[in-house]
Design a binder for this molecule. Sequence first.
Ligand code: SF4
Ligand code: SF4
Length: 93
Amino acid sequence: MTIKEIKSPSKNTWAAKLKRTVTAFLPVDKNRQGKCIRCGACCKLPNPCPFLRTDEQGLCTCAIYPVRPLNCRKYPRTKSEHITTDTCGHSFE
Ligand code: SF4
Ligand code: SF4
């Protein structure tokens, strides 16, 4: 991996996930709107999470929800980190 790739990772990569994990300590953008509709898209970046489950209604659930990582709790934290806009219930002004 090059320095350029680390600084500006393409969105659906482990490098992008590492970046989201590090920046998860920062606050959620106040312009974020909407709510999680449990589509599960963010739990498949870049690969499906082993804790991802689907309930009887077809909605995604997290097997470790009470202790899920900060980057999961805060996703999408900013517009630039929001890479699941096709299905996500959140949006940014
Ligand atoms: S992509 Fe958005 S709506 Fe879907 S599970 Fe993640 S936060 Fe929730
Ligand atoms: S830990 Fe839970 S919320 Fe985080 S990616 Fe996995 S299933 Fe999704």
